[in-house]
Structures are given as structure tokens and as C-alpha cells.
Design a binder for this molecule. Structure first.
Ligand code: OGA
Ligand code: MN
Length: 297
């Protein structure tokens, strides 16, 4: 088997979203294989692998090829028993601890609907996510796509005036902002302290490719030094610009797909599906090395 990567849509998006074949990533990789995949990530931002029968242990091993893993602390389950044993595996499912589908009005489910808004993983953490790796263990019979937007293309296609205006802006990111957009406010005082906003640059330069991208997410609710309504209006305009259809790849899941994306160069969002059906995805997350504030401009 030889590893090869081809663009999923060579005509409209030749440099965004690649499909990888010729490799079983559930088995240990050679360092050449790992660096080919990392290079593919630099080029495509999103890589799709089919037929990868991961369990949590093999997914963790594969993910560690790309850096140190983040703790799965992006939900409201702090300190409570979890359905998934490893604290490094995010439970991106609609299941409770007994593997039963959550009720429509379950707090965990309603909080997780925040994934339906465009975002970049862990932008609400001081040191945010580098790569996310999502493994489809069980999927619904229809719907439940994940969409990805190319934030490098989003940046490149801005006019020069806007580029100059936003170059040095710093945003405040918190899950409180993204959940407020959906009218979710079921937070304890402890939650609110934990979800205190963090600062992130709005324009990032990719450490390997040197390309600039818009670093946006629905978690961004303020710009330092700006009146809040004006900041939110700009952020909304930028998200609208960056998520125009020509910049978006919509992934239709098959069971045992593994999709990995670079959160420094993309945004993503979940799409709806029948809430009575099971959708069970497990996500591992590689952290960035430093906060965006400490990155070179
Ligand atoms: C995630 C995420 C989207 C989806 O796992 O970080 O946003 O479609 N998932 O489940
Ligand atoms: Mn996400």
C-alpha cells in the first residue's frame, strides 16, 4: 500500500479537503507516514480517511503522532462520571452514560447543540486546539454531516482595507457567548467562572506554511478596545464571508470514517439529524504549542 492524497473536489477546491488512501492508520505509523500526513494537513486543512476501525486506544495512539493531546473538557460534565473512560477522548455523541439516546431537552444535548454553530475547537481555551480527529463509530441513517470552511481562503479573499483593519485585532472567546447565541443559559455560577473569556488573535499565521487565516468562532463575542455591538457586527460579517459555499466542504459520514482538521486554518459545524437516532463520534484533540497571543504575527 502506498499512501496517497487527492483533493476531494479538484475543480472547485483543489487545495482544501483531501481524501487519503493506501494506509491503515489504526496501526502504528512510521515517521515517514506521520510526516506525509502532517504535510497533507498543511496543504489541505482537512483530511478524510475511510474504513478505519478505531477504538479509543488506537485513536489515541494515532493522534499522538501529531503532538500532545488536550483534555476533553469542552462539555458541562466536569468532575462527573463519563460515558467514555479516557479523559482525552471527547464524547461527541447524543448518548447518556448507559448508551441511551439523550432526551430532546437534556441539558448535555442542548449544550452540545453549540457544535451546530461555526467554530474552531477549543478557541475558548488559552492554548487552543491544533488538530481535531473525529472517528465515526455509529451514524444516523440521514443527516448529521459536518461542514468545514477554509479560513485561509476566507482571509485571502478579503479586500485590502479589511485586511489592514483586522490585522492586529484581538478577540475574547468563551463558550458563554456561543451558547448565548442559541439561548442556552443553563449555567451554574461555577460554570461561569470556568468559562471566563480568553484572548485570541483574529488573524493567525500558520507556523508551517506561513499562510494567514481568519481565526474566528461563534465563541468570539468581543474585540478588545471595541464597543461590543460593533465587534459582534464585524465578527458576524467575517463569519458570513468566510463560510460562503465556495469555501465549504460538507462531509457526509460513513461509519469508520476518521476526519482530521487543522483548527488553525478551518472552522467547522455539525448539521442536524433525527434526534431519536444514535450518532456516536469520538474526538481526540492535539493542542497548539502556545496561545495565539504568543504566536508570531
Ligand atoms: C467536534 C464537532 C461536529 C459534528 O467534534 O468538534 O464540532 O458534526 N463535531 O459532530
Ligand atoms: Mn468542534
Amino acid at each position: 500500500m502506498t499512501l496517497s492524497i487527492r483533493p476531494i473536489d479538484p475543480v472547485s477546491r483543489p487545495f482544501f479537503a483531501g481524501e487519503v488512501s493506501g494506509i491503515d492508520i489504526t496501526r502504528p505509523l512510521t515517521s515517514d507516514q506521520a510526516s506525509s500526513i502532517e504535510k497533507g494537513m498543511d496543504q489541505y486543512g482537512v483530511l478524510v480517511f475511510h474504513g478505519q476501525h478505531f477504538d479509543d486506544e488506537t485513536q489515541l495512539r494515532y493522534s499522538r503522532n501529531f503532538g500532545a493531546l488536550e483534555e476533553a473538557s469542552g462539555d458541562l460534565n466536569w468532575g462527573k462520571p463519563r460515558r467514555i473512560e479516557s479523559a482525552l477522548v471527547n464524547d461527541i455523541s447524543n448518548l447518556d452514560i448507559d448508551n441511551q439516546v439523550l432526551a430532546r431537552d437534556d441539558r448535555k444535548r442542548l449544550f452540545s447543540l453549540g457544535n451546530r454553530l461555526w467554530h474552531s475547537d477549543s478557541s475558548f481555551k488559552e492554548v487552543p486546539a491544533k488538530f481535531s480527529l473525529l472517528s465515526a463509530r455509529s451514524i444516523p441513517s440521514a443527516g448529521g454531516n459536518t461542514e468545514f470552511a477554509d479560513m485561509r481562503a476566507g482571509y485571502d479573499s478579503l479586500d485590502d482595507e479589511t485586511k489592514a483593519e483586522i490585522e492586529d485585532l484581538v478577540c475574547e472567546h468563551s463558550q458563554l457567548y456561543s451558547r448565548a447565541l442559541l439561548g442556552f443559559a443553563d449555567f451554574t455560577e461555577e460554570d461561569r467562572i470556568r468559562l471566563k473569556p480568553v484572548l485570541q488573535r483574529l488573524v493567525r499565521r500558520h507556523p508551517s506554511t506561513g499562510r494567514k487565516s481568519l481565526y474566528l468562532a461563534s465563541h468570539a463575542g468581543a474585540i478588545v478596545g471595541w464597543p461590543v455591538p460593533e465587534a459582534r457586527a464585524l465578527l458576524r460579517d467575517l463569519i458570513e464571508h468566510a463560510t460562503q459555499r465556495q469555501f465549504v466542504y460538507a462531509h457526509e459520514w460513513k461509519q469508520w470514517d476518521l476526519v482530521m482538521w487543522d483548527n488553525r486554518a478551518t472552522m467547522h459545524r455539525a448539521r442536524p439529524f433525527d434526534p431519536k437516532q444514535v450518532r456516536d463520534m469520538h474526538r481526540t484533540t492535539v493542542g497548539c504549542e502556545r496561545s495565539t497571543m504568543a504566536e508570531a504575527a
